[in-house]
Design a protein around this ligand. Sequence first.
Ligand code: GTP
Ligand code: MG
Length: 457
Amino acid sequence: MILENKTIAAISTARGKGGVALIRISGSDALDVAKRVFSLKCDEPKPRYSYYGQILRDGTAIDDGILTYFKAPNSFTGEDVCEICCHGGIYVTQAVLECVLSNGAILAGAGEFTKRAYVNGRLTLSRAEAIGNIIDAKTDAQLMLSSSQARGNLSIKVEKIHERILDLFAHVYATIDYPDEDIDEAESREISSCLSFVISELETLKRSYRAGKAVIQGVETAIVGKPNAGKSSLYNMLLGENVAIVTDIAGTTRDVIESVASLGGVTLNLADTAGIRQTEDLVEKIGVERARQKLEKSELVLCVFDYSKRESLEDSLILESIQGKSAIAIINKTDTPRGISTEFEEKIKRSVARTIYTSAINQEGKEQLSRAIAEMFELGEIDLSHDAIISNARQLSSVNLALEEALLAKEALDFGQTPDIVCSTLENALSALDMIDARGASEEIVSAIFSKFCVGK
Ligand SMILES: Nc1nc2c(ncn2[C@@H]2O[C@H](COP(=O)(O)OP(=O)(O)OP(=O)(O)O)[C@@H](O)[C@H]2O)c(=O)[nH]1
Ligand SMILES: [Mg+2]
């Protein structure tokens, strides 16, 4: 991988007014550049020490601040790094950055510091991706999982599986060198049990994707139902704030309203929609059409029924329209006397895998719904802070490929194929698995991943 060896710099704190801001400089000239813009009282700063001083523009102080020096390879990027903290005004921070840039550094691209950390072997790819996810986290579960991946819990697991495949490889390869000697039974049992272990570890990683994706990427979720069932009230209850308008007029919601909610650890990209019914009102008609489209596209549907009212034709049609979809039925307004027939209630329970009772007006039922959603996305048993969990399509495709090859190796062994065939499938499994932390990934793939980061990271 070719790395341009230029010294780069960028503002690493968020744009905007704050107490302090941080300008990061990385590369072999980092210290020289820093010394040109920062008046130090000593000749040579010590690595990992911070120094108070003035930031100079053409010899004139424009601010005072703190310089911290990290010597290669003991820095975030693995290169020499200097970090200058100045006061956190928008203008002053930009002025300090410009001083740094006019004294020998070039502006860093998006994610370039993290990319250099990866290229210099300071971070594996899944750890680097996880750092991006920590920055993007909007929920506690996202933070827990990203932080666990950033600490290396996924990379460590991948490394362990990698080692087991290498062991296997060595065992099987040995039999190629001595083709006349049969593999003895103990050896064969050892190979077979080691391979079963690898397969089961890969299967566990594969299963973790459902939960990992639900936490990190989120689940497209629509709240649907007939007018006045309490969809917007439920939406507000799940978000914990009054985002959507609630009135007793049927047909209140027209637009699709979207927010992020975290329920049972699952990140719901949650949409409130117009009540579905036949209508001649032009605006409501458009709203109903949008509600139907949202229902179609959603990965999860929360289908709301009104406990206080006898079911209508619309309820039956909506129940039909969610058949085959991943859905939870919500029977709302349980604080009121029953109006819904027990027959229809039973029909709902038969048609949908899970039914939850709520009273949005009394804020009841959120816990039960959270548990149902956590179960649905297999988060119940998972420890987000410690387990190895995959969470993006790239990681999943590596695990799938590695698993396929490991299963082929098992088949080859079981059917007494020659050791070289077993070895070649194991080799394929190894290269597929290695893609998770992108050992040997192309520059194109790596650049695409880091370009999603912000400048300064
Ligand atoms: N008693 C009771 N009333 C509720 C409950 N949930 C909602 N309501 C009332 O039912 C009415 C309709 O609520 P909304 O949340 O606007 O219903 P909606 O399904 O969004 O309605 P549309 O947007 O018109 O489709 C309002 O008067 C709410 O206060 C509940 O759990 N119990
Ligand atoms: Mg509404």
